[in-house]
Ligand binder design. Structure first.
Ligand SMILES: NC(=O)C1=CN([C@@H]2O[C@H](COP(=O)(O)OP(=O)(O)OC[C@H]3O[C@@H](n4cnc5c(N)ncnc54)[C@H](OP(=O)(O)O)[C@@H]3O)[C@@H](O)[C@H]2O)C=CC1
Ligand SMILES: O=C(O)CCC(=O)C(=O)O
Length: 488
């Protein structure tokens, strides 16, 4: 039986009006901890709705650019305060809608507030540089200008932080936005947009359109009036974005998969390493692009490390994301649940040794949700699919290494290059790792996940398109540089 906990139907935001879709249809968002519970409804939009949103963003471009960065920052400060005031409510919605535990959901929402404040303060920072000219009587300088209308497509795994780390820099640098969230987390995203709208943004500056990726998302990336697209999600759709954007010669930024390694050397503090591997691999049910998925351990301490890892993994409490003392929630939605179940099977069939977990939980309350136990596979071979493919679930693949060089070679044996950690007390090992590892986020004695909003974020190799999000680095994507030469 379906339980409806909220009557709310969320609308699109187009030109500062909350609009129903032209199809008059809605999509319902379900709770992965209890698949009978509806969290809310969002609009099932089509091309017509998207065209209106893009047109509104086009019309708002000039005036938004002209009011200047300092004034734009005030809207972000206000939105931060509003989001902070709704922190508990929005975190609870997130936990209900995509199964992140309540403490983690609160942490992410607080991070959203901090990101808004960070980019608000960017309003007081410089817009360009003075450069000496070869002509002593001339003035030569650069001026950063907005790109124009930015299309933003986000995934379901960070439904507050990722939208905000794209929307806030887009707006502060003077762009207008059309935002399409992941359908599986669109109610949470709608609440974030409410906070921004309530801050009083002028009409057309931020537009929000929900609906399927294949209709709203595809039309957004193909739209002739968009000047830039930023996307976080799967490799498959990332490639579609890249093709469409490069054909039209517009800017694009992609953040996609990870297969992040952690190396544990023979001199590591094993307690620290075990705790960090568990947190990196299983928090958010392993559904982070920065999650730990391969753990490479030096032979001398392998047995000791694995024994402790198994023991602590077996103590993890899995349950409803809103449950007290629950450490790990469900997979975020049915399709993701099916993917994880499939990989648990693949691991067994490929001949890896199941050391912990590997179960689908179906008893009692568990039967209402998408629950699996945190899983560790040993004896994993580099050619196995569980060693190569992103699972996006709570699954660790363990490998043995003869020495540091072997461990780094194994760590780099992947197409992805987002995040990588090493646990060591040897300064030489850490310096070697920093030099040799092929990853955009390099972490020493710290878990592979965890991003600081004021620092550049992004991957090497097939994970990203080279550009970086967050921190100051975001301005490279959200602005163009004009080089100005002035002769008196
Ligand atoms: N790097 C990361 O952080 C993430 C990686 N992933 C990886 O991707 C896998 C699949 O997850 P999934 O949610 O299906 O990821 P997708 O790449 O399908 O979805 C990400 C976003 O793209 C949208 N989208 C879907 N199809 C199109 C399209 N043709 N054109 C434009 N936009 C589109 C989605 O909309 P809609 O929701 O409406 O389909 C969503 O907003 C995961 O198992 C995981 O491996 C997933 C999420 C985040
Ligand atoms: O580790 C984090 O905090 C960010 C991860 C992320 O960006 C993602 O999973 O998409």
């Amino acid at each position: 039986m379906e339980t409806v906990t909220t009557e709310r139907t969320f609308k699109n935001l187009i030109n500062n009006k909350w609009e129903e879709s032209s199809s008059n249809e809605t999509l319902k968002s379900m709770n992965p901890s209890n698949k009978h519970e509806v969290v809310g409804y969002v609009q099932k939009s089509d091309k017509q709705d998207l065209d209106m949103a893009v047109e509104a963003a086009v019309q708002a471009r000039k005036s938004w650019r002209k009011i200047g960065k300092v004034e734009r920052s005030q809207y972000l400060y206000k939105a931060a305060n509003i989001l902070e005031g709704r922190l508990d409510e929005i975190a609870e919605t997130m936990a209900r809608e995509m199964g992140k535990t309540l403490p983690e959901s609160k942490g992410e929402t607080a991070r959203g507030v901090a990101i808004l404040r960070y980019y608000a303060s960017e309003g007081m920072r410089k817009d360009g540089d003075m450069i000496p000219s070869t002509d002593k009587d001339a003035l030569l300088y650069t001026k950063r200008v907005p790109v124009g209308v930015v299309g933003i497509i986000t995934p379901w795994n960070f439904p507050v932080a990722i939208p905000i780390w794209k929307i806030a820099p887009a707006l502060i640098y003077g762009n207008t936005v059309v935002f399409k969230p992941a359908t599986e987390a669109a109610v949470t995203a709608a609440k974030v947009v409410e906070c921004l709208a309530e801050a009083g943004l002028p009409a057309g500056v931020l537009n929000f359109v929900t609906g399927s990726g294949s209709v709203v998302g595809q039309n957004l990336i193909d739209h002739s009036k968009i000047q830039a697209i930023t996307f976080t999600g799967s490799d498959t759709i990332g490639k579609v974005v890249a093709r469409s954007a490069s054909e039209r010669g517009i800017k694009f930024q992609l953040e996609m998969g990870g297969k992040n390694p952690v190396i544990v050397t023979k001199d590591a503090d094993l307690n620290v390493a075990v705790e960090a591997v568990i947190s990196g691999a299983f928090r958010s049910t392993g559904q982070k692009c920065t999650a730990t998925s391969r753990v490479i351990v030096e032979e001398g301490i392998y047995n000791q490390f694995v024994e402790k890892l198994i023991q602590e993994t077996e103590e993890i409490k899995v349950g409803n994301a809103l449950g007290e003392d629950v450490w790990m929630g469900p997979c975020a939605h049915e399709q993701q649940f099916n993917t994880v179940k499939e990989y648990l099977e693949i691991g067994r069939e490929e001949g890896a040794t199941l050391l912990a977990g590997g179960e689908v939980l179906t008893d009692g309350e568990y039967s209402n949700g998408f629950f699996v136990t945190p899983t560790i596979f040993g004896d994993v071979d580099a050619d196995m699919r569980i060693a190569k493919e992103e699972i996006f679930g709570p699954v660790i693949a363990l490998f043995k290494a003869t020495d540091l060089e072997d461990a780094i070679t194994q760590a780099n044996d992947t197409e992805c290059g987002l995040s990588a950690s090493i646990f060591t007390t040897n300064i030489g090992s850490f310096l070697e790792f920093v030099d040799e590892i092929e990853a955009g986020l390099v972490r020493i004695n710290a878990e592979s996940a965890g991003v600081e909003l004021q620092a550049p974020f992004g991957g090497m190799k097939a994970t990203s398109t080279g550009s970086r999000e967050q921190g100051e680095a975001a301005k490279e994507f959200y602005t163009e540089i004009k080089t100005v030469f002035v002769k008196g």
